[in-house]
Design a protein around this ligand. Structure first.
Ligand SMILES: Nc1ncnc2c1ncn2[C@@H]1O[C@H](COP(=O)(O)OP(=O)(O)OP(=O)(O)O)[C@@H](O)[C@H]1O
Ligand SMILES: [Mg+2]
Length: 342
């Protein structure tokens, strides 16, 4: 029997199942042993290319739920991941952008929220913070408005995932809105609105323990602590532990530390080796996972100019394995929560 499907039908079919184009690619390639890519799905959906009968047939006759392990459909609330360390320049933003990219590459629906008034993640993903400010489409506006969160987002990396951008106006929001009673719970309440829309929400923090970072910790399930392999970056970690303990006790008992990620590691430098040894001791004492260190690589700063995550720019950059370890840990946790009906 011949199966036909129009582009519009395909798009509706995909969206009704909460899948992005990458997720559909994964499903089709696995079932049909093909090597379709996202651009192909776009061409089908816009009508630029006819949808092959084998694809229409596979979708129309599928007996199992079409979707990435049906996670999206079953687990209503997204896993909320953040990277925090009050020390500046330790690769928090680089980590968030690359982890978001890897999660999206595995077919999950991902939103990155830039919670830093410096708007580095926004710029890194090729979005102009000034333009977004003029269009009232930033986190500042989303926190203040009663309109749905999705109205403030913009797709990045050719639609691989969504970004809720930041701009400098977030600095004033930090001072005004978030310091009101319960102000540091607004972000958490806004993220709760996203149930069913995303599998992962990634939050990029500013480099200090102000109201924005506390708002992020109040909202997060999993916290990663990136630290450069130099003495000063490690020094803030005990203070961060204290803040985390307070957040867990008073507001967010779900908050877990996913681990510590050493960054910008140069194995030949004595200082880096010394700090790695101290990090191993700290991780053992606190019973925390220590991820493999991300080595120094020019790709990460070059990719900022290209407006793309380093691993989209060069999937084999030094440190790719460490970022994959983190993405895999999050994917495993999301799977586990589903099994336990969280
Ligand atoms: N593995 C790496 N090797 C070399 N440079 C890196 C690496 N990771 C990140 N960088 C670069 O280091 C700089 C700081 O990184 P990033 O902006 O991610 O840090 P951050 O912790 O978010 O900073 P801030 O505290 O200002 O928000 C950037 O220029 C980034 O491109
Ligand atoms: Mg940053």
């Amino acid at each position: 029997m011949a199966h036909e499907m129009s582009g519009e039908e395909l798009r509706r079919y995909r969206e009704q199942r909460g899948m992005n184009q990458q997720a559909l690619v994964g499903w089709l390639n696995e079932r049909l042993n093909r090597r379709y890519d996202r651009a192909k799905i776009s061409r089908w959906e816009t009508g630029a290319e006819r949808i092959p009968q084998i694809v229409a047939g596979a979708l129309k006759t599928a007996t199992e739920p079409v979707g990435i392990p049906a996670a999206a459909a079953v687990r209503a609330a997204p896993v909320v991941f953040c990277a925090a360390n009050q020390k500046g320049g330790v690769a928090k933003t680089t980590t968030c952008v690359n982890v978001a990219w890897l999660l999206a590459q595995s077919g999950r629906r991902v939103l990155l929220i830039d919670c830093d008034p410096q708007a580095n993640a926004t710029v890194h993903l090729g979005v102009d913070p000034h333009e977004r400010e003029l269009a009232k489409g930033t986190l500042t506006h989303a926190l203040k408005a009663s309109r749905p969160m999705r109205e403030f987002m913009t797709p990045v990396c050719d639609g691989a995932f969504d970004l809720l951008p930041s701009s400098i106006s977030l600095a004033a929001t930090d001072r005004e809105l978030l310091r009101q009673p319960n102000g540091t719970l607004i972000l958490r309440a806004k993220i709760a609105q996203l149930a069913g829309q995303y599998d992962f929400v990634v939050l990029d923090c500013p480099p200090h323990l102000g109201e924005l970072t506390v708002s992020v910790l109040n909202a997060a399930d999993q916290l990663l602590i990136p630290t450069q392999t130099e003495m000063l970056s490690m020094m803030g970690i005990p203070q961060l532990f204290e803040t985390i303990a307070g957040v867990r006790e008073l507001v967010n008992p779900r908050l877990q530390i996913l681990g510590i990620l050493p960054t910008m590691y140069s194995p030949r430098r004595l200082q880096d080796e010394t700090v790695m040894k101290e990090l191993r001791e700290l991780a053992a004492a606190e019973q925390l996972h220590l991820f493999s260190p991300v080595k120094r690589a020019a790709d990460y700063s070059k990719s900022v100019m290209a407006g793309r995550p380093g691993l989209a720019y060069n999937p084999n950059s030094a440190g790719a394995e460490s970022y994959r370890e983190i993405a895999d840990a999050l994917l495993a946790l999301a799977g586990e929560e589903m099994r336990h009906g969280a």
